[in-house]
Design a protein around this ligand. Structure first.
Ligand code: MG
Length: 193
């Protein structure tokens, strides 16, 4: 069914994505800290603010928003025990061979190229920062999809910075010379890299 009259506005999707992450205890600063850790060794003058800005840009991407909304919805339904068997048990127990959590997250990093893909693979293995916390969070929380989604956003934001650094090098400057908001063209939401 392709009924344009019930199509959701992009702003609403963007808002829902941010709200979903916050509801699950993940801030853009949490994700930016991972980005900073990954990219700081290679980028003179890089600050956490630059990384926050990059995370914000990634979160404007429709593909990323859709992945986040699907994944978090499934985590929350599993947490409320609203899925049907055997999917309920598979997601609730974070079954090691399930793999759909990684697949959805990986799908949203492809736009950001090979650096994003390899960084995602690295973060999937070496869970750092909030990813580690989500992966090991005890108790009633189900974060089966969330840890991979956070890794994918961080990987994409890190890739953006790596590519931006080359541009800056060619312009003869470093991150130390630019403000976070100068990192890319403004107001091209939902479709630009
Ligand atoms: Mg997972």
């Amino acid at each position: 069914m392709h009924d344009k009259s019930i199509r959701v506005h992009s702003d609403e999707v963007a808002k829902a994505t941010k709200a979903a992450l916050l509801r699950r205890g993940v801030t853009k600063e949490d994700i930016a800290e991972i980005v900073y850790e990954m990219q700081n060794p290679y980028n003179d003058g890089l600050t956490l603010e630059h990384c926050v800005h990059s995370v914000e840009r990634v979160l404007r991407k429709r593909e990323v928003q859709h992945a986040v909304l699907v994944g978090i919805e499934l985590d929350e339904l599993a947490e409320k025990k609203l899925l049907s068997a055997p999917l309920q048990q598979i997601i609730e127990s974070d079954e090691g061979l399930f793999g759909v959590d990684e697949t959805i997250a990986l799908g949203s990093v492809f736009t950001y190229g090979s650096i994003a893909v390899t960084t995602f693979g690295h973060l999937d293995k070496q869970k750092i920062g909030i990813i580690k916390k989500l992966d090991t969070e005890p108790g009633l929380h189900v974060n089966t999809f969330l840890d991979d989604l956070v890794a994918s956003i961080a990987a994409s934001a890190a890739s953006r910075i790596a590519h931006r650094m080359r541009d800056l090098e060619e312009e003869g400057v470093t991150f130390a010379d630019i403000e976070p908001e100068e990192l890319g063209p403004k107001q091209k939401p939902h479709n630009e890299i």
